[in-house]
Design a protein around this ligand. Structure first.
Ligand code: AR6
Length: 387
């Protein structure tokens, strides 16, 4: 998923770049700045001295030294003075300039702390809005994996009105006993989203020298069908008409010819061909029906281009439940449509699952903003939507 909120210590992340919430001197300080300098070692300060400071809202890069990250991007957020001193614009610039610098350095992954939300006093929920809006805008025309790292889950705050209304909805609708499958789902989730239950996230380093590739491989394991081959061969070509994809044409022809055949005369193989429209077929059909571009849909769903290409290229693709729900939100499906879309991939919504109740709340309210939904899921310690 291109954008993810995770919990933990940013200095341990195996990403191409981590961002430092520094001050204008760039000579170190407390908070995340102090933690980064301690973990990187004295050479970081040596290089910082050569940079001659940094203005509020600007960003400068150094090496990562003893950190697992290759680069540190130092930015300076604004001090909160009540909101009337251009704080929002300056915080937006701090995020945007850091992202642009990461792109310039050809980083594929970058992790941010909550800039200005500590010593500089920016209210957390307002800082979160600036962070997610700026990252989302950047991801509209850049391919990158961006993490927002929350140091302490208890500090997490998002839109107060939504939070209290959603809490009431969850209390009223969540069935008491979670079934065993949800319990197992939560274990899987806590491994994928480190820190949620004290478990380790796959991108957190266990020590110096751990390989980034391994982190990516374990990240990829979240999605069920692990078809690692031919990624490049099936990259998105949005101009290509669906019907020309041989597998789709083949599957459609097989389905059409089978419709006329009586079931009792079929071999098992034929019967298996005579299946309902698959998840992948339904997704592509609904994108077309809405006149959406593929990229518009997968970006809205917070799904990366490679995964979308796999889904598009494999008529029998088996997605995770979070992936199906992310597309349901991107396509703005009603609750009923979401149920039948989930069914195509073998899932259902359940009132025994907190995460399902949360998603249901947003769909019922016609709120299809995936970033807000993910903030809510994070606040309730649930797996985020997307890949
Ligand atoms: N990993 C991730 N997040 C962290 C970590 C960590 N290891 N440590 C703290 N945070 P702050 P600011 C969170 O105060 O508000 C420094 O002295 C923390 O919980 O570090 O931009 C600089 O030199 C909070 O949510 O940065 C400046 O003088 C967020 O990081 C000044 O502080 C930012 O908190 C900058 O203040």
């Amino acid at each position: 998923m291109p954008f993810q909120i995770i919990t933990g210590d940013i200095t341990r992340l195996e990403v191409d770049a981590i961002v430092n919430a520094a001050n204008t001197s760039l000579l170190g300080g407390g908070g995340v700045d102090g933690a980064i300098h301690r973990a990187a070692g004295p050479k970081l300060l040596e290089e910082c001295r050569t940079l001659h400071g940094c203005e509020v809202g600007q960003a400068k890069a150094t090496g990562g030294y003893n950190l697992p990250a290759r680069y540190v991007i130092h930015t300076v957020g604004p001090i909160w003075r009540g909101g009337g001193s251009g704080e929002e614009e300056l915080l937006t610039s701090a995020y945007r300039n850091s992202l642009m610098l990461a792109a310039e350095k050809e980083c594929e992954s970058v992790a941010f702390p909550m800039i200005s939300a500590g010593v500089y006093g920016y209210p957390f929920d307002k800082a979160l809005r600036v962070a997610t809006d700026t990252i989302r805008a950047f991801l509209q025309d850049h391919e990158m994996q961006v993490y927002l790292v929350i140091f302490s889950r208890s500090s997490f705050r998002f839109d107060d009105d939504i939070y209290s209304d959603l809490s009431r909805y969850v209390r009223a609708n969540l069935e008491e006993d979670e079934p065993r499958s949800s319990f197992l789902g939560n274990i899987a989730k806590s491994i994928a989203f480190g820190g949620t239950s004290g478990k380790r996230d796959s991108i957190f380093s266990s020590g110096r020298g751990a390989m980034k590739k391994e982190a990516r491989a374990s990240e990829a394991m979240r999605e069920e069908p692990l078809e690692e081959s031919a990624d490049e061969d099936i990259l998105c070509d949005e101009e290509k008409p669906r019907k020309e994809t041989p597998e789709f044409a083949g599957a459609a022809m097989a389905q059409a010819s089978m419709l006329a055949a009586p079931m009792q005369n079929m071999s098992l193989a034929q019967a298996l061909e005579n299946l309902d429209e698959s998840f992948s077929q339904a997704l592509l059909r609904m994108i077309d029906e809405r006149g959406m571009k593929d990229s518009e849909c997968y970006k809205k769903a917070n799904i990366d281009r490679k995964l979308f290409s796999k889904i598009r290229g494999d008529v029998h693709y088996r997605p995770s439940k979070q992936t199906v729900l992310a597309f349901a939100v991107a396509l703005e499906l009603s609750l009923e449509e979401t149920e039948s879309f989930l069914k195509k991939a073998g899932y259902a919504l359940s009132h025994a699952s907190k995460s399902d109740v949360i998603v249901e709340y947003f769909i019922n309210n016609g709120n299809y903003d995936l970033y807000t939904i993910n903030e809510a899921l994070y606040a309730f310690d649930q797996s985020l939507l997307g890949a």
